[in-house]
Design a protein around this ligand. Structure first.
Ligand SMILES: *[C@@H]1O[C@H](CO)[C@@H](O)[C@H](O)[C@H]1NC(C)=O
Ligand SMILES: *[C@@H]1O[C@H](CO)[C@@H](O)[C@H](O)[C@H]1NC(C)=O
Length: 345
């Protein structure tokens, strides 16, 4: 206020003189045009930096820009290090996600439907994909996780849920084109609810001014787990390597099976009808050796050295099926953490 007043009252040369007196004796280096210039330059550079997205986004999470590409090497490393016994899922996810994020002009959002028994790694993979797009992963404000039993529990409110879901997706994609939506427990979702999001998954350039083509939708479901197990077991009985199983052995079975399964969340869904799901990703049942890999990874992530006798002990606590052959872990790697807590190292 005071300075402003001075500036209004005094002619500029007097002001400069006064300023000079304040900064140092006249004629000293204090107020040479060069140093003033540097000071002003530095100040404006600082202001520029402070208001730049780069500075701002170091503290506040920002929606990734159009040009930002997630690092696919990191995605591959994470899948290699954290996902066990899932050669198909690893392959499909890596290709699908890398291809999608590097496509300069996708024609529709990416829609992945992950299938398999509990504990086979579906949640894990959706988490890894989310982290690849948004560093904060599931904690990111641009990653949205819907649990059927939590968000859509009552069948009689389905009409309201549909409306709400559309509003959420529209709102979130308007705020960030690269939003990620994960629908867990699809098998417990009311049949029909998921069709509410069909318009967003379709090949439209935009709807009411919003483009959904950069968004990612991931559906998780136990449905189809039985079909996957049957095929995997057939390979085993025929003495063939499980790594020989190819996507074409499973994907068609899956899409048809899920479409015809009343409890899949995708029963007679127009998403399948209209081919709006880009990939059906099978998660195979896990064998004893894969469970051991999960246990080792869990021990390492807790910062402990791997003790094989502990690994063995925890693995032996798990139950396996089919009853007489005992090949596959009933709960995959799901209970590894709690079992490890019990064995205690
Ligand atoms: C991706 O990540 C890898 C491994 O962390 C790193 O070596 C590489 O430089 C990264 N690439 C880019 C483009 O940032
Ligand atoms: C985004 O989605 C969340 C649910 O995950 C919802 O609570 C929120 O209201 C949505 N935001 C907008 C702007 O619609």
């Amino acid at each position: 206020m005071h300075r402003l007043l001075l500036r209004l009252l005094l002619p500029p040369p007097v002001l400069l003189l006064l300023l000079g007196a304040a900064l140092g004796p006249p004629g000293s280096a204090g107020l040479e045009p060069i140093s003033t210039g540097i000071a002003i330059g530095a100040a404006s550079a600082l202001t520029g930096y402070l208001s730049s997205p780069r500075f701002y986004c170091a503290f506040v999470e920002c929606c990734p820009g159009e040009e930002e590409r997630p690092n696919s090497t990191v995605l591959r490393q994470n899948l290699d290090n954290k996902l066990f016994g899932q050669h198909l899922a690893k392959d499909v996810i890596l290709k699908a996600v890398t291809g999608f994020v590097n496509n300069p002009n996708p024609k529709k959002p990416l829609a992945l439907s992950l299938h398999g028994w509990a504990g086979t790694g579906k949640n894990f993979v959706s988490q890894i994909v989310a982290e690849n797009i948004h560093k904060a992963g599931l904690k990111s404000k641009y990653v949205h996780l819907f649990l059927s039993t939590l968000h859509f529990p009552h069948d009689h409110q389905i009409a309201m849920y549909k409306e709400q879901l559309q509003k959420w997706i529209r709102g979130n994609v308007s705020a960030c084109a690269k939003s990620v939506f994960i629908f867990d427990e699809m098998d417990k979702l009311h049949p029909g609810l998921i069709d509410a999001i069909k318009p967003f998954l379709d090949y439209y350039e935009q709807i009411d001014g919003v483009s959904y083509r950069r968004a990612i939708f991931i559906f998780l479901s136990n449905a189809g787990g039985d079909l996957i197990t049957r095929v995997t077991l057939d390979f085993w009985h025929n003495g063939r390597d499980r790594e020989e199983i190819q996507l074409k052995d499973l994907e068609p079975v899956l899409s048809v099976g899920v479409f015809n399964n009343k409890n899949s969340g995708l029963w007679h869904s127009s998403l399948i009808d209209r081919n709006l799901i880009d990939y059906f990703v099978p998660f195979l049942p896990l064998e004893y050796k894969h469970v051991k890999m999960c246990i080792r990874a869990e021990i390492v992530s807790r910062g402990n050295p791997v003790d094989e006798s502990v690994v063995q002990k925890v693995a032996d606590e798990m139950t396996f099926f089919p009853k007489d052959e005992r090949i596959y872990s009933t709960k995959g790697c799901k209970t590894v953490q709690t079992k490890l807590d019990l064995v205690d190292i």
